[in-house]
Ligand binder design. Structure first.
Ligand code: EPU
Length: 422
């Protein structure tokens, strides 16, 4: 198992290139199930979650390889085992997004129900409700979702809002299934996340007829078949946001390449109010902080609101603010595994239900800490860059799920992160 030893404090200065989006890549990989043949996806990052998804597709019957350019090639000519096994799904919840495309392509799918998750209870009731509305027969047996649509799916107008707003992968599942349904589907209260827009754009390139992309009302005219695709996924806005916080927390300056500010307005707005300057460039931006960190209030929301996937990283940043901040988590109310670990680094945090009061401190102090989930772990790395002393982050495999070799990308800009196998 790898650990990070992070020496701080440092001041970052240099450039960093943002990778393709993990959360766009995963449903787009699943979308290749919909069309027999060989699809080529570029800018898919080298992450453990991508490897797990590749393994999942291979077990269905697909052939998944990387070509010499690093593109991910998925040959889905044969799908002869429409089963998402528990052993894979338990390693990555996003595996559930094969359910919709498998059902549409094969008329049947068996996918393990995702189990517990470090960021809280994550039901899939809205995914199942949406697929049922399209005519699927669904039941749960031995921990598996068994879905059938022997005579195909039929388009329908459906509402997909839930107690926390829209659902990203629920929208992905129903959207993919609807592309091959008979007639027209309208998804009301669809997720508007850029990753869903990217999926919809990819599906249209495969021959789907989707309008309303990027809005909460997606309209899908079902088609008889889709064809394989060559597609480049969008840059990862969460990785970009994490690097922006790295510049901010170290009072440094980073030139970010391959970064789409248009996808990050809530994040950019918040960073500016905190005292961070962000100047747009041709392929990204320059992020810098000179003055103190101003306190801020943050409420996570579905897109275009502030993303839950950057909540932990901003908590690390605001721990060093000149005053008190409030962070309210409205997507995953229990997503606070990082609070106890940041407190071990001398952050002054008080959690009350889905709210954390962050009283700014003058400095963070290095400590051994435990990574618990992907974004919480990223927050610990960020805190380690700014903390006095050597921070040890255990269970780095959580970070490797979503950030490709983060140490090799931040060290050239002045970070001092050493990976060790223990
Ligand atoms: N929800 C339901 N019922 C459902 C589905 C969702 O009640 O059937 C609730 C969830 O419990 C949550 C809210 O709706 O309270 C939103 O969950 P959503 O379904 O949108 O989450 P997801 O699709 O499972 C994706 C990302 C997450 C990200 C969330 C929210 C991928 C692979 N995962 O998850 O990313 O936090 O959307 O934006 O796209 C990460 O990358 O670290 C990560 C966890």
């Amino acid at each position: 198992m790898d650990i990070f030893r992070i020496e701080g404090p440092v001041r970052l200065s240099g450039g960093v290139t943002v990778n393709g989006s993990k959360n766009a890549s995963l449903p787009i990989m699943a979308a290749t199930i919909l069309a027999g043949g060989k699809s080529v996806l570029s800018a898919v990052p080298h992450l453990s979650d991508i490897s797990v998804c590749s393994q999942l597709l291979s077990e269905l019957g697909c052939k998944v390889t990387r070509n010499k350019n690093g593109d991910l090639c998925i040959d889905s000519t044969v799908i002869d085992n429409p089963v998402g096994d528990y052993e894979i799904v338990r390693r990555m919840r996003a595996s559930i997004c094969i359910l919709g495309p498998l059902l549409a392509r094969c008329g049947r799918a068996e996918v393990s129900m995702p189990g517990g998750c470090a960021i809280g209870y994550r039901p899939i009731d809205i995914h199942l409700r949406g697929l049922r509305e399209l005519g699927a027969k669904i039941h749960i047996r031995n921990g598996y979702v068994i879905a059938e649509a022997k005579n195909g799916l039929t388009g329908k107008e459906l509402f997909m809002g839930g107690p926390f707003g829209s659902t990203v992968l629920g929208t992905a599942n129903v959207l993919m299934a609807a592309t091959l349904a008979k007639g027209r589907t309208v998804i009301e209260s669809a997720a508007c996340e850029p990753e869903i827009a990217d999926l919809a754009n990819c599906l249209n390139k495969m021959g789907a007829k989707i309008t309303g992309i990027g809005s909460p009302r997606l309209v899908i005219e079902g088609v008889k078949q889709l064809h394989p695709v060559e597609y480049e996924v969008i840059p990862d806005r969460i990785e970009a946001g994490t690097f922006m916080v790295a510049a901010a927390i170290t009072a440094g300056q980073l030139q970010m390449h391959n970064c789409r500010l248009d996808d990050m307005m809530a994040v950019v707005d918040k960073l500016r109010s905190i005292g961070v300057t962000i100047e747009a460039t041709d392929d990204g931006c320059v992020v810098a902080r000179n003055g103190s960190i101003k306190p801020a209030d943050i409420t996570t929301q579905p897109y275009p609101g502030f993303p839950t996937d950057l909540q932990a990283q901003f908590m690390a940043l605001l721990s060093l603010a000149d005053g008190n901040s409030i962070i309210i988590e409205k997507i995953f109310p229990d997503r606070f595994m990082h609070v106890a670990e940041l407190s071990r680094m001398a952050a002054n945090l008080r959690k009350e239900g889905p709210t954390v009061l962050v009283a700014g401190v003058k400095k963070l102090i290095a400590a051994p800490v435990m990574a618990s989930d992907l974004r919480a772990s990223a927050a610990l790395v960020l805190a380690g860059l700014a903390a006095e002393g050597t921070t040890t982050v255990n269970r780095v495999y959580h970070i490797d799920r979503g950030y490709e070799r983060i140490e090799e990308r931040l060290n050239p800009a002045g970070a001092k992160i050493i990976r060790e196998s223990v």
